[in-house]
Ligand binder design. Structure first.
Ligand code: NAD
Length: 500
């Protein structure tokens, strides 16, 4: 592994971001401290330094945010014309484009995402908002032929669901927040956003720009804090729908909490995705693709292709090539543009991932690359882990069954299409999957047989605002992106009219 020699301390964040003013809650268009006065620290995982103090919302703040969102919804917002919602969203997209460098820096500082990657997200985020701006003017019901006696007109209308609780994780702080907020606003809903306690800064900045764009007070509210704040949002009787992205365990807690008022839910949860390499694939592309499918964002991606199935006749050579690539990756300060792997997002995440790496060693998997923390020189204070490729893995090992959410690949050989499909599907998750082959028939047959929300063929991690994304089984339900996404924020009303 190539640990960059650039000392972490030598790369400093811009002055304005180095000492941030305490961050407040946004409720009804006003930035305010939490009712309890409590705050929590946002830490830089590369250095352990405190980045900012952030308000910890109490239950009464959540109540106030919900009341504000309800008032805004029942007030002028639900009557806002589609063109106006579109105009506001397009304005927001321009503002995010204007300030994108700052967003990229915030995500890099707060969760350790290498600056090259956070900077590369501009088109996705800005494009996503423009996509939903288009959706705002494409909402329509249907006129339906019926077989009722007499002359009866029947049609449907779409109405905004109401107040949306958006609960998001830390692994893509800006993009995850936008993925919830933009469709909600496009549909005419109002929002109470609960960012991850490990990455609140860019969601808060997003809320500032939503205000600057001219959305009325109360349409967007932000309650920062830990899981208890999310739990208060999930259980709140004044919230009509929760859009959640996070772990499967939290998703299950939200399902239970939502029962009180039978909230609508959409859940984007964990994964343990298979990446299948057939011997007839373009192996140069597949080696890079298999590494990228896990090491991107230091493996903190729900769709990480962390179960690498390789056809036996090429297995050893292929896995060695992936391992070689891993050892060459530049690990270092996320502020360095040459860095490919930054730190994990927090000490908690670091401990979790190291626990899995140790379990891999204990269960007999062989680390061909990595297999330890990275702590030489300037990396010593950070949450750095070496990109790890385990060979001799087995389907029953902990590292193969459970989501690691770190830079760890578990490689295993297979002999036939039937066998690999069966093993790939032998998981409680079903989010992403990859197939690498030059045989078109095989690619489509395997794509049809995999139980996963997305199958990438001869590529991986390709996301687009127009392509639906979501999970099978315990990876959740509902789809984000695509034209069906906005339906999760809409109700269908049927109107049946007896004509005289
Ligand atoms: P997490 O479930 O710990 O937290 C997610 C959010 O839920 C945070 O804002 C957290 O404060 C909040 N929360 C915690 N407990 C809660 C409760 N009881 N009720 C309501 N909210 C609560 O997940 P994380 O560690 O932030 O993110 C990592 C997980 O997210 C991984 O499992 C990953 O696979 C998943 N993820 C999924 C997708 C997807 O699109 N499917 C995308 C990114 C991440």
């Amino acid at each position: 592994m190539n640990e960059t020699l650039t000392p972490v301390a030598a790369l400093q964040p811009p002055k304005a971001l180095a000492s941030m003013a305490p961050k407040k809650l946004l409720i009804n268009g006003q930035w305010r401290a939490s009712a309890s006065g409590k705050t929590f620290e946002s830490l830089n995982p590369a250095t352990g330094d405190v980045l900012a103090h952030i308000a910890e919302a109490s239950d009464s703040d959540v109540d106030a945010a919900v009341v504000a969102a309800r008032k805004a919804f029942e007030g002028s917002w639900s009557a806002t014309k589609p063109f106006e919602r579109q105009r506001l969203l397009l304005k927001l997209a321009d503002l995010i484009d204007r300030d994108y460098d700052e967003f990229a820096m915030l995500d890099t500082l707060e969760m350790g995402m290498p600056i090259a990657r956070s900077s590369a997200g501009r088109q996705r985020v800005v494009g996503m908002i423009r996509f939903y701006a288009g959706q705002a003017t494409a909402i329509h019901g249907q006129s339906i032929q019926n077989s009722l006696p007499g002359t009866v007109l029947s049609y449907t209308v779409k109405e905004a669901v109401g107040v949306v609780g958006a609960i998001v994780p830390w692994n893509g702080p800006l993009s995850q927040a936008v993925w919830k907020v933009a469709p909600a606003l496009a549909a005419g809903c109002t929002v109470v956003l609960k960012p991850s306690e490990q990455a609140s800064l860019s969601p808060l900045k997003l809320a500032e720009l939503i205000e600057e764009a001219g959305f009325p007070p109360g349409v967007m509210n932000v309650v920062t804090g830990a899981g208890a704040v999310g739990a208060a949002v999930a259980a709140h009787p004044g919230i009509d729908k929760v859009g959640f992205t996070g772990s499967t365990a939290t998703g299950q807690a939200i399902v239970r909490a939502s029962a009180g008022n039978l909230k609508r839910l959409s859940l984007e949860l964990g994964g343990k995705s298979p990446d299948i390499i057939f011997a007839d694939a373009d192996l140069d592309a597949a080696v890079a693709g298999a590494a990228n499918a896990v090491f991107t964002n230091c493996g903190q991606i729900c769709i990480a292709g962390s179960r690498l199935f390789v056809e036996r006749k090429i297995h050893d050579e292929f896995v060695h090539r992936v391992a070689e690539l891993a050892t060459r990756m530049r690990i270092g300060s996320p502020l360095d543009h040459a860095t490919e792997l930054g730190p994990l997002a927090s000490r908690l995440q670091f401990d979790r991932v190291m626990g899995y790496i140790n379990a891999g060693h204990e269960e007999g998997a062989k680390a061909l690359a990595g297999g330890a923390r990275a702590d030489t020189g300037a990396l010593a204070n950070g949450c750095y882990v070496q990109p790890t490729v385990f060979a001799d893995a087995r389907d029953d090992m902990k590292i193969v069954r459970e989501e690691i959410f770190g830079p760890v690949i578990s490689a295993m050989p297979f002999d036939s299409v039937e066998e690999v499909v069966q093993r790939a599907n032998n998981t409680s998750y079903g989010l992403g999957s990859g197939v690498w082959t030059r045989d078109l028939s095989k690619a489509h047959l395997v794509a049809g047989a995999l139980k996963a929300g997305t199958v990438w063929v001869n590529c991986y991690l390709q996301l687009d605002a127009a392509i639906p994304f979501g999970g099978y089984k315990m990876s959740g339900y509902g789809r984000e992106s695509g034209t069906e996404h906005i339906d999760h924020y809409l109700q269908t009303k049927s109107v049946v009219v007896k004509l005289a």
